[in-house]
Design a protein around this ligand. Structure first.
Ligand code: SF4
Ligand code: SF4
Length: 398
């Protein structure tokens, strides 16, 4: 464990590079492996992989170099706010309100991840990233501790882990160095088998402990009382999981559904600017004679009659709009100056909200022959992404 922090730093840098090349995004199997590891041995993603976690760590170290003394949340407030990210997770997972999506569009973890993949965030979202970076100079992992619902989700998943940090009470000298060094504000000196869902397995507590063999990582050794508590909590967790599945199924959502990213589309996105459009047909009459006045009048009439696709030759056009988690790419089919179909071929949004938007917006555009349509409440960002993708496709087709 002596050099563990050096290894962790090296792995964090490696994972940052892998995030930039889209490794975790394109190979979703890695996330499944990480989740399996979380169930078995607690949260490693946050302490070792997450780029935004690493960014906060880096600025925390910079604060140390600048001589800034780290502050801790007062214990009385910590007892309350320690639950905040789990509350956020429950709200995000179970309640679909526009206000929540509006707030989540400023989620610095997602914005930073999108930045690494080449999508610039809005000024507001970028300011939130900067805010947390500055706060990290004074507090360890401010976003992870209180706001990150993704970290909260991993924490809950790893709650029943079999491997964890253990404290040997007979060796402990109660110096509290582990408590002071823990970036997640866990009172390690009060645990025997650490079960806090806040733990990110950074092992800083072990590295800081002055008595060798007092803190170790290994298989949980339960006392009888702990065992009873453990099994009761597994029961509660199973009931909650059943409720989660029932809720999704009753809302017509497959809770296991995960969208795979199309490699073909990735190539298109990688080689074209985000708002680019590819056309499967030649642009309108590029080699034809200039249109006569009669034809121009007819076209103007067609615009009035046919809506947004008026004047656009038959073909399939691709366009991109900005969804909640990044670009949404759509294919728009135009026939006889009418939009005959709208199909989303690539997106990054969560299936729960994307499905709601996709069930309504494409049909609504075809029906109205216009992108001037009502958005789906509770799936606003996905709705806007699909709508703007259609606008982009038609705009470029013209
Ligand atoms: S808590 Fe969230 S932001 Fe922090 S490391 Fe984990 S996933 Fe990343
Ligand atoms: S308890 Fe130890 S391993 Fe867990 S977050 Fe705190 S310092 Fe890191």
């Amino acid at each position: 464990m002596k050099n563990i922090q050096k290894y962790r730093f090296g792995i964090q840098i490696l994972c940052l590079i892998l995030s930039i090349v889209g490794f975790f995004y394109n190979f979703k199997i890695t996330m499944l492996v990480i989740m399996g590891l979380t169930l078995l041995s607690g949260v490693f993603y946050c302490g070792w992989i997450c780029p935004f976690g690493f960014l906060q760590d880096t600025f925390s170290k910079l604060g140390n170099i600048l001589g800034i003394k780290k502050k801790k949340m007062p214990a009385s407030l910590q007892r309350i706010f320690v639950y905040s990210r789990y509350m956020i997770f429950i709200i995000v997972a179970f309640i679909g309100l526009d206000i929540i999506y509006s707030i989540m569009s400023y989620d610095p973890r997602t914005s930073f991840g999108n930045m690494l993949l080449g999508t610039m965030p809005s000024m507001g979202a970028f300011s939130v990233i900067c805010l947390f970076i500055i706060v990290s100079l004074f507090f360890d992992r401010p976003f992870c501790n209180y706001f990150c619902y993704e970290g909260g989700k991993y924490g809950i998943m790893g709650f029943f882990r079999i491997f964890t940090i253990k404290r040997n009470e007979s060796k402990c000298v109660n110096c509290k160095k582990c408590d002071n060094t823990c970036p997640m504000n866990i009172q390690v000196s009060k645990c025997t088998n650490l079960s806090s869902p806040q733990c990110i397995n950074c092992f800083q507590c072990i590295s800081s402990c002055p008595v060798k063999g007092t803190l170790e990582y290994g298989k949980v050794n339960f006392t009888k009382k702990e065992k009873n508590r453990y099994f009761s909590m597994i029961g509660v967790a199973l009931i909650l999981m059943a409720a989660f599945f029932a809720y999704n199924i009753l809302n017509g959502i497959n809770p296991l559904e995960r969208k795979e990213h199309s490699n073909i589309t990735n190539e298109v996105l990688a080689t074209e600017p985000s708002n680019s459009t590819s056309q499967d047909v030649e642009s309108p009459s590029s080699n034809d004679e200039p249109a006569s006045n009669d034809e121009i009048e007819k076209t103007e009439e067609a615009i009035e009659i046919s809506g947004d696709a008026a004047g656009i030759p038959d073909g399939i056009y691709t366009g991109t709009g900005k969804g909640f988690r990044g670009p949404i790419t759509v294919e728009v089919t135009v026939k006889d100056q009418q939009i005959t179909s709208v199909e989303v071929i690539d997106h990054r949004d969560d299936m729960k909200w994307y499905n709601r938007a996709n069930a309504v917006i494409p049909d609504s555009i075809v029906e109205n022959q216009s992108t001037d349509i009502d958005l789906v409440s509770g799936a606003t960002y996905s709705s806007i992404g699909i709508r703007d993708g259609v606008k982009d496709a038609l705009e470029n087709a013209k």
